[in-house]
Design a protein around this ligand. Structure first.
Ligand SMILES: [Zn+2]
Length: 598
């Protein structure tokens, strides 16, 4: 299509579809018009194709078509395109140069952001020789000056004015739930300008977004004023919206529905799932159930945290890490890190200078990157003191604010933490209070802490040794979990990791209700716990009201695991058992193997 033909087509389209809308927006002084792609495709499929192919020119054509309307400053109007066809969506990890300059949509997690800053988009120069005005478009990172004038003059032109636009730069990372096996996520730079920056306070690190726009190339390094041949992508955003779902296939086949009925009809579904997943790890029945329940947690209820945090604390060489790693494969959104390797960006966020643009940026750490999911932190005690301190707010409230170098950013960290920790001194008793290298305030924010003792009982030692030799390396098992390849057989049914994951994810969306009677029971239990804890208690530590919240979170997760909507005395009793168990066992979780009844 010829350029003039394109403009004419868009003029016609705008008159047909958006005339009233434009006049209304102008009256309300709103300078943003979102055009539904499906309308264009309906009006003229060919025009739709042209838009997908040459978005920059088409958006310009649409802007020109605004001149036909009786509105103020048609030039300042921002044109957004929404609702692209499904096949225009490209995974961040699959972006290639063939996508350059095409209209596409991407989905990702916000990992880095700048503040809103003014960026020069065009400049006007005057020629001192002839008085001619030269306009230069500033589309690149390097400031451009005119090289010569029509009159023949070269260089030394006088700058008259720079036109600036509000600009916000973000990095989006591939959705964690889309990563296959050990695939690493890529990030992409995006740029939002003008009216798109207006509600920047709603864009948090950890926010999940769907953005529509087009890619241009950006030289990665400028060597003595000359751009390099190595480029990076810059995604020019034309519209965005927040994405409040997890991109995870939740279609249930009739066969899966049967499996789900089978699971939910077990007396204790979490125990049943634990039996499948941790089949070859001996003992730790309560721990295995708790980490399964953790995956059933995670909505926001009345503004309060619903995400369960669990700490597995104890001797090196016990099954802690193994249990934690396998658990991560049951959550569509999960990341695994080890305490010593978390540095720089850390768990929450860091402010640093962006190498490419020189802007100060706020970079989100592990927790916002797995917002709505699970962060497994192995050897959490080896984190820096700074990181340990920064855990308070995110663990408690699910968000965190950073203010540094003129950047203030908010992070969303609706993330469950599953930490493992070795004792400070292996030869001393495993007391959490004295021998676990985490501040008391952080320990207090873990809903459940399990102690793993080193077993010296020869009978259990043999059992453990048997289990270890019976299985291939734990890494091998973890890898097969990753690829969703592992299957489990149980009374004629075949369960896959992905079907179990799906069962958990679907059930997790329920928000179970609490009856007055059950509420009363919780209060009674708490009062009783406070009283008895004065004599015995978990390391003689007095329980705080936080434990009531913990009980509620656990009771909700238990109810969800049964696919039920109401927390009854039964679920409460199960939840209480965990806390009674923890408060009763001074010496750790023990290894007594619990068999599944059915
Ligand atoms: Zn001149």
């Amino acid at each position: 299509m010829e350029a003039t033909a394109t403009i004419d087509k868009f003029k016609e389209f705008m008159q047909d579809y958006y005339k009233d809308k434009i006049i209304e927006l102008d009256r309300k002084r709103i300078k943003l018009l979102n055009i539904d792609f499906m309308n264009i495709a309906k009006f003229d499929p060919e025009l739709g194709e042209v838009l997908l192919d040459e978005p920059e020119d088409c958006i310009q054509a649409i802007k020109i078509s605004l001149d036909d309307f009786d509105i103020e400053d048609s030039n300042d109007f921002n044109i957004g395109i929404i609702n692209l066809p499904a096949n225009s969506e490209i995974n961040i990890n699959r972006i290639r140069q063939k996508h350059l300059n095409k209209l596409i949509s991407i989905k990702g997690v916000v990992t880095t952001r700048t503040k809103v800053f003014p960026k020069v988009v065009s400049s006007k120069f005057e020629c001192p020789a002839c008085g001619n005005i030269i306009k230069v478009l500033q589309s690149k990172e390097i400031y451009k000056q005119p090289t010569k004038c029509g009159c023949g003059r070269k260089g030394a032109f006088t700058l008259i004015v720079n036109e600036l636009k509000d600009t916000l730069m973000l990095k989006l990372e591939e959705l964690p739930e889309r990563l296959k096996g050990s695939e690493q996520p890529y990030e992409i730079r995006t740029i939002l300008q003008d009216i798109l920056c207006k509600e920047d306070y709603q864009i948090f690190l950890g926010s999940r977004m769907e953005v529509i726009g087009f890619l241009t190339e950006l030289p990665t390094k400028v060597i003595k004023g000359t751009p390099s041949v190595n480029c990076d992508y810059l995604f020019n955003v034309v519209s965005y919206q927040s994405m409040d779902y997890v991109d995870f296939d939740i279609t249930v086949s009739p066969e899966e529905e049967k499996l789900f009925d089978f699971i939910s009809s077990r007396k204790n579904p979490a125990k049943f799932i634990a039996r499948l997943i941790f089949n070859d790890i001996y003992g730790y029945g309560k721990v295995k159930q708790a980490v399964i329940y953790q995956q059933f947690s995670g909505s926001r209820i009345e503004g309060k945290r619903d995400y369960i945090h669990i700490l597995l604390y104890g001797m090196p060489g016990t099954a802690k890490t193994d249990i934690a790693l396998r658990t991560s494969y049951l959550n569509p959104i999960s990341k695994v890190a080890t305490g010593p390797s978390i540095s720089g960006v850390g768990l929450t966020a860091a402010v640093k200078k962006d190498e490419l643009t020189g802007n100060w940026v706020c970079v989100g750490g592990l927790l916002p990157r797995c917002n709505k999911g699970l962060a497994v932190i192995d050897e959490i005690e080896k984190m820096s003191d700074q990181d340990k301190k920064s855990l308070h707010m995110p663990m408690e409230s699910g968000y965190f604010g950073v203010e540094k170098a003129g950047i203030s950013a908010k992070l969303v960290t609706n993330t469950s933490i599953l930490g493992t920790s070795n004792p400070k001194v292996v030869t001393e008793p495993l007391k959490v209070g004295t021998n676990c290298d985490l501040p008391a305030s952080i320990l207090d924010r873990f809903d459940l802490i399990f102690k793993f003792t080193d077993v010296s009982d020869s009978k259990t030692d043999t059992k453990i040794a048997e289990n270890i030799t019976n299985r291939s390396t734990s890494e091998g098992i973890a890898n097969s979990f990753k690829d969703n390849n592992t299957t489990f057989e149980w009374s004629g049914h075949t369960f896959t990791i992905s079907s179990i994951k799906k069962y958990i994810y679907i059930s997790k969306n329920k928000i179970p209700k609490l009856s007055k009677r059950v509420t009363k029971e919780i209060h009674l239990w708490y009062a009783n716990l406070r009283k008895t804890s004065e004599q015995i208690g978990f390391e003689h530590k007095k329980p705080t009201p936080r434990v009531v919240e913990s009980i509620l979170r656990l009771a909700r997760a238990i109810t969800r695991s049964k696919r039920k909507d109401l927390i009854t005395k039964k679920e409460l009793k199960l939840a209480i058992e965990f806390f009674d168990f923890l408060y009763d066992t001074e010496d750790g979780v023990g290894l007594a193997e619990e068999q599944v009844e059915d």
